[in-house]
Design a protein around this ligand. Sequence first.
Ligand code: SAM
Length: 277
Amino acid sequence: MRKYGIKADKRLGQHFLVDQKPLLSMITAAELSPEDEVMEIGPGLGILTLQLCANAKRVVTVEKDRQLIPVLENMTRDFKNICILEEDVLKLNMENVSENLFQGRFKVIANLPYYITSPIIMKIIECRRWISLAVLMVQREVAQRLVAHPGTKDYGILSIAVQMYADVEMVSIIDQDSFLPPPKVKSAVVKIMLRQNPRVELEDESMFFKVVEAAFGERRKTLKNSLKRRLCFPGITSDTLDRVLDETGIEPMRRGETLSIEEYVKLTKALKKYMID
Ligand code: SAM
């Protein structure tokens, strides 16, 4: 950073890796082969990028901060298998990138900028037809939410949205001093193996997520009360809700955070039968 006269921009979530252990952990989790094509989000000064270039067939990096681009070009000058994009990853057209820069499904490997962790993860989930695997450094609390089971305090909409379309593994916990400047919280490496089809067959995805959102809308209320207050579908009255909960055998006094993905799908299907088009 001194060599290039660069100061870390905290607004862009710049916490650069300065430790080999997390790098190794990410590279091992990604199970890279010389045939792999990889996208790195936020390459920064290129410490992870160099490892990726040495271990994969092709590497496309997406960096928003213009001042880092010349550093990255210089760092990776010995490699011919890299393409550096100066872009905001949230605005990136993944379909275009997939068609023009990759030959097959690619892996995403990144030490994420934490201020946009959830939108990036949701983008990866939405773009799963082009992505096979994501190995991500995230805040430890986010990692805990990603792998959380029903009935635990970390289980929420993010857990359901990601686990519906992926198998998620916690790989390792990383201390703050592995980064410069150190972030305020601990980090974790997670491995997200994307599924082509959802975990449970879904007829109406948008309705499913509305039901989940309504159920989690009031965390301290019972499922029945949360749904009654928040669910707004034509034809679904308080009485229909009672009937649906009875039909599905889901105890109305449970709380939203205790329901599994399978139970939410069952609930959505049952509700749909009573909905008026
Ligand atoms: N990969 C480097 C490392 O491990 O040392 C840097 C990781 S740092 C936590 C996050 C990186 O994401 C920074 O380089 C930052 O400039 C970049 N970044 C922030 N917002 C971004 C965005 N919207 N699109 C692409 N890159 C972004």
